[in-house]
Design a protein around this ligand. Structure first.
Ligand code: URA
Length: 258
């Protein structure tokens, strides 16, 4: 497919998904960094979710002992410190490619995810797959996916601050062990937890971030609106389209798919 047909196909995809044709502003694929767009280097800390929360210290200690993703999965599966576990049918750990350089983090499993044991397999997941595929990404080829919390919150409510705090040491260890080059945080819950920020997703999505973890090169981080939000408010899809193009340009600059 040539570039023009590809652009047309992408535009059709967004139109089919409810985007009213926006006065599409030209998107620079490799824009020169503006001062305001300079990545913000975040030194990771769990300050926002720091104690006193019963069990968080145990979670921190346990997470540190995992030396591989399989070990982390087993440790998390045996961990009883998160109250979400009581009502969830099973833990949902991850899906996608273990050697992917791109990692996606969502909020929490929903009903279908909890039944099947994989993240993002319901309606929002299908839309996430479409979003990723529009920039050449897929869990079958080059993406690894997980969530901020690993058990389904009752009635799909947003996980509480304490539930996020107790799962955060495992999530940060998950990122460390996975060691992605580029991280895509979908939705405010993942963005706030990983970036240790109180800012809304509407703001966080506007600029690139960097995540510094001990022993790893700084990781490029981008935030997107959550696909479930986009399904409810399709008018926001045009913004996400631009965000995806920004991510695509960065992936190309970094040569992550070569
Ligand atoms: N929403 C998420 O954030 N994660 C899932 O796995 C499914 C829906």
């Amino acid at each position: 497919m040539d570039a023009k047909s590809a652009s047309r196909a992408l535009l059709d995809f967004w139109l089919e998904n409810g985007v009213s044709v926006p006065p599409i502003e030209p998107v620079q694929r490799n824009p020169a960094p503006k001062t305001a767009d300079k990545p913000i280097v975040k030194q990771i800390s769990t300050a926002k979710y720091a104690a006193p929360i019963d069990g968080q210290n145990l979670a921190i200690e346990l997470a540190k002992t995992a030396k591989t993703l399989d070990e982390l999965r087993d440790i998390l599966n045996d961990f009883d410190g998160c109250n979400l576990k009581k009502n969830a049918p099973q833990m949902v750990f991850s899906d996608g490619q273990i050697d992917a350089k791109i990692m996606v983090i969502g909020e929490a499993p929903g009903q279908e995810e909890a039944q099947i044991g994989k993240p993002f397999v319901g309606a929002a997941g299908k839309f996430l797959d479409e979003m990723l595929s529009s920039i050449g990404l897929s869990r079958e080829k080059n993406v690894y996916i997980t969530n901020t919390v690993n058990w389904r919150p009752p009635a799909n409510r947003t996980p509480t601050r304490d539930e996020i705090a107790i799962c955060l040491p495992f999530l940060m260890r998950h990122i460390e062990l996975k060691a992605p080059k580029l991280l895509i945080l979908v939705g405010g819950t993942a963005a706030n937890a990983v970036l240790n920020s109180n800012e809304g997703i509407t703001k966080l999505r506007k600029k690139p971030h960097k995540l510094e973890l001990v022993g790893l090169e700084p990781i490029d981080v981008f935030c997107l609106f959550h696909p479930a939000f986009l399904l409810r408010y399709p008018v926001q899809k045009s913004l996400t389209w631009k965000d995806l193009l920004t991510i695509e340009a960065q992936i190309k600059t970094m040569g992550l798919l070569e």
